[in-house]
Design a protein around this ligand. Structure first.
Ligand SMILES: Cc1ncc(COP(=O)(O)O)c(CN[C@@H](CN)CCC(=O)O)c1O
Length: 430
């Protein structure tokens, strides 16, 4: 495979002239792996193309939305048709009803939902709703889980359990952070102790049911069962943040995978097929607290935007097709098996995990079970070297050791073999 040497330096400097850090979202800046970000000109199927026309097999997929592959003909046609009818009305449209009916049909835990324009808005609204419904202020999140950038959720308690959060993001008032309890992920003991101490003060627990923002960590069934039981016992709203796992790890998301019924679920990414979108929904009794039905205010100029709704519908038409997820999972499993075999061949400590179209790769000899494991056991330096080696050979992975990777229906087995071949070359030089 030929080495790619793009010259994105100038583009990055141009971008920095008026965009903070040269990017509109920090993870794009390659801070996690060093070097200069790839500036994308266009994308099609499993490939992105930089401004010099270099092709890269893409396993980021815009951080999850591109499960069909980029610029899927039916999605593009739906967006074009929607655009012809106008871009936004600030009034209800039948396409929003279609989307709501679809999601409620596919995800039985959802009686009612509300669309937003991002995953952040969805989780922020779900937290406010849980607080309004229960009349309680405290919330629980888990170390290493990311739920977007709203104040309540950008708080990370110190080490250990039951710490009252200290804001790790500047600008979050300590007065705000004190209502957020952060626990170690996938730790039943810590969870039980927290409920013993705070149970009846908790408005909600929010978590990624399969974590994808500390790289990929799959918690135990027992952890989920304990969480569901404790929330029910203490009248605490259980929120599954499925912005990443929704329709990604399977049609029913992580809640179907684990057989757990959350009280609220948040979505984003895939449901808008790459257009700005989010959603939150769940039990009717809770959702009926949302304005205009109830006193928990929530709104958005572009919420339920017709282009995103009609793109999402075109996406769902494909996702609900016969055998879609079986075929996607087979490709993911084929790839991670090939990567593992290549690493073993070169004696590189390397582990992988996957569910459906989402997978994680780790430079370690033991799969991590929580954020501390990832942070302390995985070799981020080696990941960065691997990342750049693969990039030079035309394979685009997430530019961070703390992100999951994504398969699409557009990846062919030839693309997977090319990826494995590139990895074999890079592992030999690590
Ligand atoms: C589980 C989960 N919940 C909420 C969010 C926030 O969604 P957005 O506001 O970025 O649409 C995300 C966003 N994910 C990151 C990637 N890990 C988005 C990429 C970025 O921040 O640029 C998420 O993964």
């Amino acid at each position: 495979m030929t080495h790619i040497r793009p010259t994105n330096e100038k583009l990055f400097n141009d971008a920095k002239r008026h965009i903070a850090g040269g990017v509109n979202s920090p993870v794009r800046a390659f801070a996690g792996v060093g070097g200069v970000p790839v500036f994308v000109q266009r994308a099609k199927g499993a490939y992105i193309y930089d401004t010099e026309g270099h092709a890269y097999i893409d396993y980021v997929g815009s951080w999850g939305p591109m499960i069909l592959g980029h610029a899927h003909d039916k999605v593009i046609d739906a967006v074009k048709a929607a655009a012809e009818d106008g871009l936004s009305f600030g009034a209800p449209t039948p396409s929003e009803t279609t989307m709501a009916d679809l999601i409620c049909q596919i995800v039985p835990s959802i009686d009612l939902l509300r669309m937003t324009s991002s995953g952040t808005e969805a989780t922020m609204s779900a937290i406010r709703l849980a607080r309004g419904y229960t009349g309680r202020d405290k919330i629980v999140k888990f170390e290493g889980c990311y739920h977007g950038h709203s104040d309540s959720l950008l708080v990370k308690a110190g080490s250990g359990m039951l710490d009252i959060g200290e804001p790790t993001s500047k600008g979050v008032p300590a007065d705000f952070a004190k209502h957020t309890v952060t626990l170690p992920y996938n730790d039943i003991e810590a969870l039980t102790a927290c409920f013993e101490k705070f149970g009846d003060e908790l408005a909600c627990v929010i978590l990624e049911p399969i974590a994808g923002n500390m790289n990929m960590v799959i918690p135990s069934h027992e952890f989920h069962q304990a969480l569901r039981r404790l929330c029910t016992e203490h009248g605490v709203v259980l929120i599954f943040d499925e912005v990443m796992t929704g329709f990604r790890v399977g049609l029913g998301g992580a809640q179907a995978h684990f057989g757990i019924t959350p009280d609220l679920t948040t979505f984003g990414k895939i449901i808008g097929a790459g257009l700005p979108v989010g959603a939150f929904g769940g039990q009717r009794e809770i959702m009926e607290c949302i304005a205009p039905l109830g006193g928990v205010y929530q709104a958005g100029t572009l919420s339920g935007n017709p282009l995103a709704m009609r793109a999402g519908k075109a996406m769902f038409d494909e996702l609900t097709g016969e055998g879609f997820y079986e075929s996607l999972s087979k490709k993911t499993d084929y790839l991670i098996k090939g990567l593992k075999a290549a690493a073993d061949k070169h004696g590189v400590p390397f582990e992988t995990c996957a569910v459906g179209g989402m997978f994680g790769i780790f430079f370690t000899d033991q799969l991590p079970k929580n954020f501390n494991d990832v942070a302390s056991r995985c070799d981020a330096k080696k990941f960065a070297k691997f990342f750049h080696g693969m990039l030079d050979l035309g394979v685009y992975l997430a530019p961070s050791a703390f992100e999951a990777a994504f398969m699409s229906a557009a990846h062919t087995y030839e693309d997977l073999d090319k990826t494995i071949e590139a990895a074999d070359q890079v592992f030999s030089q690590l």
